[in-house]
Design a protein around this ligand. Structure first.
Ligand SMILES: *[C@@H]1O[C@H](CO)[C@@H](O)[C@H](O)[C@H]1NC(C)=O
Length: 406
């Protein structure tokens, strides 16, 4: 789907939202509106769309449109985690883990570097858009976001963070505990606006998404310098167990806060990240192949995570596991032959071997067409890779949206 198509579709969602309805216009109306908006200049199109929608909503039978809704729309999407889902919270804190400068955001709407660690949108933006919640996910710490945006959800994520509080400390970014504190602060703000009961309802009908863990390994456990205490965690299994315990605590707290649908993203094939390949001591002799031991760590972690989620699920709260390991490994292994990628082991920005954040900046050479690359910098996927990941997790998203919880 092209960018223009996405924007048009989402623009319509917003128009219908403002009228206080669910996305309940029918398909033919949508097609009509899209063709109208393509042919006219945008101001005129907006006018026509609004008057057409008013006609539809005020003159026709509401129930008739309700029946044509494909999937129930959540009230909001709340996101927690690291750079894979940070939409720019780090812009507003003192850290060097930032990306609010070119070439980041090169392919975003208006080419704005938002603080997303990629050239365009993240998978969480595609999910928000697909769920009909909003076009792009706003960052909670952005002082310019309005009430409407707050009400339909924000991301609390912070690039560089992890499930080990020490990981956030190492990079001076927002820990998951602090993200939870921000969520509580968010809740009290909304309670002041719409009252306790409506806030409870909003949270109950919202979807929660958590994506983190990679930094705990690549920055902290396997990172350079002194980090993880080797006496407390003598091996990587014991460290994984510790992280998974923190995941469990985080989910439990979200459940206490009223979350009913929580989707948890697993670890990617960490051993295939360009920077991990570059820093591996055997890289020179391995021809930029993925670092196998780190792949096994991710596989084992994901198995335990998936089982943990199953075990923690209650009648009141559904927990979902979203696998990103396979789609990302698929792009790396078959991307050139089957998925239209041309470069799968180095990033588009600068040398592609080592640069991310401040080392990928306005002076860096950048590849012409990022959509041919799996990685934008040496750590983070391109928008097209995120879009591919989104298409592979879409069945899970559908399940989350369609599951009925009493
Ligand atoms: C890892 O360390 C723990 C102690 O924290 C120990 O019980 C376990 O046997 C170790 N596992 C391996 C594979 O060495």
């Amino acid at each position: 789907m092209s960018f223009a198509q996405y924007s048009e579709k989402n623009y319509l969602y917003r128009v219908s939202d403002q009228r206080g309805h669910k996305a309940n216009y029918n398909k033919s109306l949508r097609v009509l509106l899209l063709s109208v908006s393509r042919k006219m200049d945008s101001c005129l199109a907006v006018y026509y769309i609004i008057s057409l929608l008013s006609m539809v909503f005020f003159t026709s039978n509401y129930a008739q449109y309700e029946a044509s809704v494909a999937k129930p729309k959540p009230s909001a999407l709340f996101v927690f985690g690291d750079s894979t889902v940070d939409a720019g919270n780090n812009n507003f804190i003192k850290t060097t883990f930032k990306s609010n400068f070119p070439p980041y955001g090169r392919d975003f709407v208006n080419h704005v570097p938002t603080g997303r660690f990629t050239n365009g949108r993240l998978a969480s933006d595609f999910i928000a858009s697909y769920a009909g919640v909003k076009d792009i996910m706003p960052a909670y710490l952005d002082p310019t976001i309005g009430i409407e945006d707050l009400m339909t959800g924000v991301t609390f994520a912070s690039a560089g963070t992890g499930f080990d509080p020490l990981t956030a400390t190492l990079s001076s970014v927002i820990s998951l505990e602090q993200q939870m504190e921000y969520f509580k602060e968010y809740k009290s703000k909304i309670e002041m606006l719409i009252g306790k009961e409506s806030t409870h309802e909003l949270i109950t009908k919202a979807v929660f998404l958590i994506s983190a863990g990679t930094n705990d390994f690549i920055v902290n456990y396997y990172g350079l310098g002194e980090a993880v205490d080797q006496y407390i965690y003598p091996n990587v299994t014991s460290y994984s167990d510790f992280l998974l315990q923190n995941v469990e605590n985080f989910i439990k707290e979200l459940m206490n806060q009223g979350a009913r649908k929580i989707a948890m993203v697993g670890l990617p094939p960490m051993g295939c990240l360009p920077v991990v390949i570059t820093l591996n001591k055997d890289a020179a002799t391995h021809g930029r192949k993925c670092v196998e031991p780190m792949l096994s760590v991710a596989i084992e972690y994901n198995i335990i995570l998936e089982n943990k989620l199953k075990a923690m699920q209650t009648a009141e709260t559904k927990l979902y596991y979203a696998d990103i390991y396979k789609p990302i490994l698929d792009m790396i292994q078959f991307g050139e032959r089957k998925l239209g990628f041309e470069e799968v082991s180095t990033g588009c920005c600068s040398s592609g071997y080592i640069e991310a954040g401040i080392l990928c900046n306005i002076n860096s050479p950048v590849c012409d067409d990022a959509s041919k690359y799996v990685f934008w910098d040496s750590v983070h996927p391109t928008e097209s890779a995120y879009h591919y990941v989104f298409t592979t997790v879409r069945p899970v998203v559908d399940m989350v949206l369609n599951d009925y919880i009493n």
